[in-house]
Ligand binder design. Structure first.
Ligand SMILES: *[C@@H]1O[C@H](CO)[C@@H](O)[C@H](O)[C@H]1NC(C)=O
Length: 312
C-alpha cells in the first residue's frame, strides 16, 4: 500500500519535472507541489468565498504582458476618490514602456442609487470590479480575497500586484523602479507591521479572543499599500479558504503568508504615518496614506511629479 503510494508520488514527480523542463519554470511547479502537500494534510475549506462578480472587466489584462496590476480597494460611494486616483497616480500611462493596469474593487452598496452610479462610472472608465457581498468595514477581508482571486484568475500574466486603499497616494515611478529588478517569485513587500490584537471592546480594531485567540499577530504588510508577485496570489487565495475569517484584512493576509511560510519584506518607503512627503523628505517614498479628499490627492500627486521633474 505504502509502496504503491510512493510509486505514484514518484510518478507524479517525474511527470511534473518533465513539465517543468518543458515550460522551464521550476518555481511554478514547486508552488504546486507545496500547495498539493498542504492540501493533503490539513486543508479543509472552512471559509469559502462564494461571492459572484456583479461588475467585471474580464479582458482588462488580455493582449498585453502586464508588469503591474493595481487593485484599489474602494467603498462604493467614494466616487470622488476614484476620480482623483484616475487623474493622478492611477493613470495607466504614467510610466512609459511599462504596462500597468488599474482597477477599483468594491462590494455591494446599501442603496440602489449608488449601484446605478457605479455602473455608470464603469461604463465610462471600464475599471471597476464588484462582488456581491455587502460592502462594509467588517467585510474588508472579503475585498482583499476578491482581489487575490481576480488577479490570479483574470490577470495571470501580470508580474506584480499591488493592493492599495483609496486614501493612499503611490509614487508609481519609485514603485516601478523598486520592482524592476525584483524577481517576481514568492515576493511580498510593504510596511511590515507587527502587532497584538486589541482587546478593548470599544476600540475600532477590537478583536475578541473568539475571533483570534493568539496573543500576537503574525508579521503582515500594512493594509494601505502592499505589493506581491502574482505567482502566489492564487496560492494565497486558496490558503485563505482554509483559515478562519478575520476582518482585519492585512492581518488576515499575514495569516495566509504565515501558513505558506512567506515572510513579507519590510520597506519603510511605504510610509505609515500621517505626514505628507516633501521633495526633501519624500523623494524615496513609494506610498503614503490618510489622504481623504479629491483635492488632497491631486495636491499629493503634484508634489510627487514635481519632485520627479526636479530630479530628472
Ligand atoms: C458581509 O457580507 C455578507 C455577504 O453579503 C453579509 O451577509 C454580511 O452581513 C456582511 N457583514 C457585514 C458586517 O456587513
Amino acid at each position: 500500500m505504502v509502496r504503491v503510494k510512493a510509486r505514484r508520488t514518484l510518478k507524479t514527480l517525474v511527470i511534473l519535472c518533465v513539465i517543468a523542463g518543458f515550460i522551464n519554470n521550476w518555481s511554478y511547479v514547486s508552488q504546486l507541489l507545496r500547495f498539493e502537500s498542504h492540501r493533503k494534510t490539513t486543508e479543509v475549506v472552512i471559509n469559502p468565498h462564494p461571492y459572484k462578480l456583479v461588475i467585471n472587466n474580464p479582458r482588462k489584462c488580455s493582449g498585453s504582458d502586464v508588469f503591474l496590476l493595481v487593485l484599489v480597494t474602494s467603498a462604493p460611494e467614494n466616487r470622488a476618490q476614484r476620480s482623483a486616483i484616475r487623474q493622478t497616480w492611477g493613470n495607466e500611462n504614467n510610466v512609459p514602456g511599462t504596462v500597468i493596469k488599474t482597477l477599483f474593487a468594491v462590494g455591494k452598496p446599501g442603496k440602489p442609487s449608488i449601484q446605478h452610479s457605479l455602473e455608470d462610472e464603469n461604463m465610462v472608465h471600464r475599471d471597476i470590479i464588484q462582488e456581491d457581498f455587502v460592502d462594509s468595514y467588517k467585510n474588508l477581508t472579503l475585498k482583499t480575497v476578491m482581489c487575490l482571486k481576480w488577479a490570479s484568475k483574470f490577470c495571470p500574466s501580470a508580474k506584480f500586484v499591488m493592493k492599495a486603499d483609496d486614501d493612499t497616494c503611490v509614487n508609481i515611478f519609485n514603485l516601478v523602479k523598486r520592482l524592476q529588478f525584483t524577481v517576481p517569485e514568492e515576493f511580498v513587500t510593504g510596511y511590515r507591521c507587527y502587532a497584538r490584537p486589541i482587546r478593548a471592546v470599544d476600540d475600532r480594531w477590537y478583536v475578541s479572543e473568539e475571533e483570534y485567540p493568539r496573543e500576537t499577530f503574525p508579521r503582515y504588510p500594512c493594509g494601505f499599500a502592499y505589493v506581491m508577485s502574482n505567482d502566489i496570489t492564487g496560492l494565497i487565495y486558496q490558503t485563505s479558504l482554509t483559515l478562519k475569517y478575520l476582518f482585519l484584512e492585512d492581518v488576515f493576509l499575514g495569516l495566509c503568508l504565515e501558513k505558506l511560510a512567506i515572510d513579507p519584506v519590510h520597506d519603510t518607503r511605504f510610509h505609515h504615518s500621517e505626514t505628507t512627503p516633501s521633495c526633501e523628505t519624500g523623494k524615496e517614498w513609494i506610498a503614503f496614506h490618510w489622504i481623504k479628499t479629491h483635492d488632497g490627492m491631486v495636491k499629493a500627486w503634484q508634489d510627487v511629479t514635481s519632485c520627479e521633474e526636479s530630479l530628472s
